[in-house]
Design a binder for this molecule. Structure first.
Ligand SMILES: Nc1nc2c(ncn2[C@@H]2O[C@H](COP(=O)(O)OP(=O)(O)O)[C@@H](O)[C@H]2O)c(=O)[nH]1
Ligand SMILES: [Mg+2]
Length: 711
């Protein structure tokens, strides 16, 4: 393959709602761009992009696919991203290394949930945008309404560069107001015939052209002046203005297509090469210290891994974009994140499962390599002079959906852990953790579909049968008032006996609370508990009633009970223990005896100290379309939420609430059904709070049942 220079590259991400036709358009681009000889389709399960088994099964993209096309001396790198919100991590990674987001709109539906969700990510990353209005040959295609929705949602920066003359059944022509020509597409795609604009379309074409000229003029002072002077722009000025306007996000041009019939796609490729910014013309990427990358070929190499995939018969494939220097085949680089040395023994340009070897990759280009030892997504590889430089990382979203997961066959448990670790390397938004506290393995991701896809892969690819079960809630136990207890451990059977007796007073721990006065504290230990909160252990013994050497054993006994709280077996926290008296036996007293005495005294004292169960409360933030706000609020209130605030943001309301974790099980699923998938949310641990009395009763009963079953 020809080696292209940086200025001959275009990096685009195909994004937008599910089923808009991104993968279909990608296929047509590859066909028009000379990469494939035969155009496959999603429906026939033979597209280049949706080739993974799971994608054939679901007939939808679940991860992004890196592709390319060649067109009039340019290489266009295309990342076809999935549309469902569950796979937003893939979208974010694709946008990160792309210079322009190509947002595909289904002209039957206009702005959809997926459009809005993707838009938020594009805006956050401040990426240039162009739209493709797709499916224009569909009988329900409605260009004008879709255009109106784009303008309402994204402002007048969304501006038509083409419009269809005959959208709907029989669609075959568009007026292109950049070229001021009519393009007529053959029934099944290929090169269009180009005509002068017919008389009856002239006024409309002029109107659209003037609008886009005006928008282009706004991208630069000099163009604005030329526009005021001449009332228009020359073709050359217009072309420059559009490139700049796109690069600086002062305009979002709209192009037309029917991906399915390969209509409009070759013209779109031409538009990409002529009007989209090259990697040199967009806001430069930065390292973590804010230094900009210059895409200089002579510089020491810097490459960023934005995606990792496992390919059959090949192993791990690492996709990277180059930000400085030229990467040669067999380059020896260093991973800035792990300091590991890596050799890039082979370099590939990739189109789905097809790969072609190349021997160098220039700045701005995207390629892949295999067999890296210790490099994952979000790592930077550099030459020795740039060692330590890190490209600012992709910020993946926090998990939104969590479940406990269990291997159906206990023998598979270890394998499950290994496989999940591999899966996390490939998909950083899929997280798992072995929770010691909950005695469960937890799997979290972006939504139910995301986790179901993971389940599919576990069962069908890795052959581990699994089951999803509700995660336990990490309750905490504490006390609300002081209480005393004594316990004598005594055992005399045969040989050496056991004896230990402990007098204990416990009280709630509160920050800054002075010591109790009843028993002067002689020695104090403050323990920060691993699970949050404190245990203060006061030795108040006078006259040597218990030897100091037994105190650690007493503490150990208490700690054991703190780890498995008396109420529900959850961790206990925020307690002060005062050991104020006791008894020893000259022969029979030993550590074991005092440990047991400490443990039992603590348990008894705890039960009379107004014990309370505390539950984790999360800060939840929901972004919901205005008209669904009421329904979402009602649902939240049913979940014991306390609403903390509401702010409007465009057509959306941002609701902030504090909600008990116990009430958030499967929230993503129900929010999605309440709002037809139009809302998003995030949640973060906030604090522990006491559970209401009735719920405490339920939990106590449930624990009792569980204990009985275990016996
Ligand atoms: N009528 C019509 N259907 C299309 C068009 N483009 C895609 N489709 C169909 O829409 C469905 C989803 O297409 P796909 O490319 O997988 O969409 P993606 O989810 O955006 O990647 C498939 O059944 C396609 O055949 C189009 O231009 N016209
Ligand atoms: Mg797709």
């Amino acid at each position: 393959m020809k080696v292209y220079q940086t200025k001959e590259l275009r990096n685009i991400a195909l994004v937008g709602g599910a089923k808009a036709g991104k993968t279909t358009i990608a296929e047509a681009m590859l066909f028009e761009g000379g990469v494939i000889k035969r155009r496959g389709s999603v429906d026939d399960k033979n597209s280049v992009s949706d080739y993974r088994e799971i994608e054939l099964d679901r007939q939808a993209s679940v991860s992004s696919t890196v592709l390319y096309a060649e067109h009039s001396g340019h290489k266009i790198n295309i990342i076809d991203a999935p549309g469902f919100d569950d796979f937003i991590g893939e979208v974010i990674a694709a946008l990160k290394v792309s210079d322009t987001a190509v947002m595909v709109i289904n002209s039957q539906n206009g702005v959809e949930v997926g459009t809005e969700i993707t838009w938020r990510q594009i805006s956050r990353l401040e990426k240039p945008v162009v739209f493709i209005m797709n499916q224009l040959e569909h009988e329900k295609a409605n260009f004008d309404e879709s255009l109106r929705q784009l303008k309402t949602q994204f402002g007048d920066k969304a501006i038509a560069a083409q419009y269809p003359v005959n959208a709907g059944l029989g669609f075959d022509s568009v007026v292109d107001v950049l070229k001021m020509k009519l393009y007529k597409f053959p029934k099944d795609g290929g090169n269009p015939e180009v005509f002068d604009i017919p008389e009856n379309e002239k006024d409309k074409a002029e109107e659209y052209r003037n609008a886009i000229i005006e928008a282009a003029a706004e991208s630069e002072e000099a163009l604005m002046e030329a526009f005021f002077e001449n009332g228009t722009l020359s073709d050359e000025e217009l072309s420059k203005g559009i490139r700049q306007g796109i690069a600086t996000r002062t305009m979002f041009p709209i192009m037309c297509a029917s991906g399915k019939h390969n209509q409009g796609v070759s013209r779109f490729l031409e538009f990409v090469t002529e009007n989209l910014p090259s990697p040199l013309e967009v806001v430069p990427e930065k390292d973590i210290n804010g230094n900009e990358f210059k895409l200089d070929e002579k510089s020491d190499p810097v490459a960023f891994i934005f995606k990792t995939a496992v390919e059959q018969h090949l192993g791990e494939l690492s996709f990277f974009r180059v930000y400085e220097g030229i990467i040669q085949e067999s380059a020896d680089l260093v991973n800035s994140d792990t300091d590991s040395k890596e050799r890039l023994s082979q370099l590939f340009v990739v189109a789905g499962k097809n790969r072609q070897k190349v021997d160098r990759v220039v700045p701005g280009d995207i390629a892949a390599t295999i067999k890296l030892k210790d490099t994952n997504t979000n790592d930077t590889l550099t030459g020795s002079k740039n060692q330590g430089v890190q490209v600012s990382p992709i910020i993946f979203p926090d998990p939104k959906h969590r479940t406990a997961i269990k291997a159906k066959n206990t023998g598979d448990e270890e394998k499950l852990g290994t496989v999940l670790r591999e899966m996390n390397n490939i998909d950083p938004t899929l997280l798992y953790e072995q929770s010691k506290e909950l005695r469960q393995m937890l799997l979290s991701g972006q939504g139910e579909m995301h986790l179901n896809v993971a389940k599919w892969a576990l069962e069908n690819i890795h052959k581990v049968e699994i089951e999803f079960i509700p995660p336990r809630i990490p309750y905490r136990e504490t006390i609300t008032k002081p209480s005393k207890a004594t316990y004598r451990h005594k055992k005399q059977s045969g040989g050496a006996g056991q004896f230990g007796e402990v007098y204990m007073m416990i009280e709630p721990y509160l920050e800054g609370k002075p010591d109790q006065k009843e028993f002067p504290v002689r020695k104090q230990e403050v323990h920060d508990l691993n699970w949050g909160g404190k245990l203060v252990f006061n030795n108040c013994i006078v006259g040597g009633a218990i030897d100091a050497r037994f105190m650690p054993a007493i503490l150990k006994g208490i700690m054991e009970k703190m780890e498995e709280g008396p109420l529900t077996g959850s961790y206990a926290r925020d307690i002060i223990v005062n050991i104020y008296d006791g008894k020893m036996h000259p022969v029979d007293s030993n550590e074991i005896s005092f440990k047991l005495a400490g443990r039992h005294a603590f348990k008894d004292a705890f039960k009379n100290a107004g014990p309370k169960i505390m539950e984790p409360i999360y800060d939840v933030e929901v972004m919901v379309p205005e008209e669904k706000m009421g329904d979402v609020m009602t649902d939240l209130q049913g979940r014991r939420a306390i609403i903390m605030g509401m702010e409007s943001e465009g057509n959306y309301q941002r609701i902030r609430a504090k909600v008990p974790l116990a009430e958030m099980n499967r929230y993503s699923t129900s929010l999605s059904s309440i709002t037809s998938g139009r809302a998003t949310y995030g949640m973060k641990f906030a604090e522990y709070q006491q559970v209401p009395m009735d719920i405490q009763e339920q939990l106590l009963r449930a624990y009792e049942e569980e204990q009985k079953e275990d016996e």
